[in-house]
Design a protein around this ligand. Structure first.
Ligand code: E4P
Length: 232
């Protein structure tokens, strides 16, 4: 399963990359607005930061099919052929999907709030379909269940697209989808950090190290102990 960072702040992205096994970055217009800098310069900076082979997803903002095609071409020219263009599941977006696919774009369908929206986007040629898990939860629909249903529909129909579940607000939502075997998730740096942090872990390790310090007469590491013997 791919894990992507849903953010545009280069510092937050670098910080997450420094300790978690992540596979790329997703952005949307609101995320870029929240960061606040020139959006094109921000995408270029993110591309520089990401390790070779990472994914980068940028969302089209045009509301016409023609506009989407032009925007996608401009993004590919500036950011390289591996860019994933995020296409909203609007009428114009669905019309753009097969045309973008014919032109060799990697497409992520976005703004998905129902399993059939996702299924039709996959059928229209999208590599990833991105259900908005937390936003569905807010409407009283289980976002996790819809995302899992979409995954089952793709596999049952033999379609080679994957669910890229998005819009998470907590790590429990992510955990359930890992269990269901979906292809990818994207989440903000704080949600990703909470996938691995646990105060009980910090306490256990702290206690163990305190016991060890008591044994060796201070806060010494194995390297200190080896150095003290003079051995190499
Ligand atoms: C992902 O690519 C989506 O754009 C994003 O997760 C939406 O999240 P939000 O519900 O926090 O806006």
């Amino acid at each position: 399963m791919l894990i992507l960072i849903d953010d545009a702040d280069p510092k937050a992205i670098e910080d997450t990359l420094s300790f978690l096994p992540v596979d790329g970055v997703t952005t949307n217009p609101a995320i870029l607005a929240r960061y606040g800098a020139d959006p094109l310069a921000t995408l270029k900076r993110i591309k520089e930061i990401l390790p070779f082979g990472s994914q980068m997803h940028a969302q089209l903002v045009s509301t016409t099919t023609e506009g989407m095609l032009a925007e996608a071409a401009a993004l590919r020219e500036t950011l390289g052929e591996h860019i994933f263009v995020k296409v909203p599941v609007t009428r114009e977006g669905y019309a753009a999907m097969p045309l973008l696919k014919q032109r060799g774009f990697y497409i992520t369908a976005t703004g998905i709030h129902s399993a059939m929206q996702g299924f039709m986007a996959a059928k229209a040629g999208c590599r990833y379909i991105a259900p908005y898990v937390n936003r569905m939860d807010n409407y009283g629909i289980s976002g996790v269940r819809v995302a899992a249903d979409m995954h089952r529909m793709l596999r049952a129909q033999g379609i080679q697209s994957d669910v890229l579940a998005a819009s998470f607000k907590n790590s429990e939502q992510v955990l359930e989808l890992v269990r269901d075997g979906i292809g990818a998730i994207t989440a903000a740096p704080d949600v990703l950090a909470h996938l691995v942090s646990n105060p009980a872990t910090d306490m256990a390790i702290h206690e163990q190290n305190a016991d060890f310090a008591g044994l060796v007469g201070g806060p010494m590491t194995w390297a200190d102990l080896v150095a003290a013997t003079g051995e190499k």
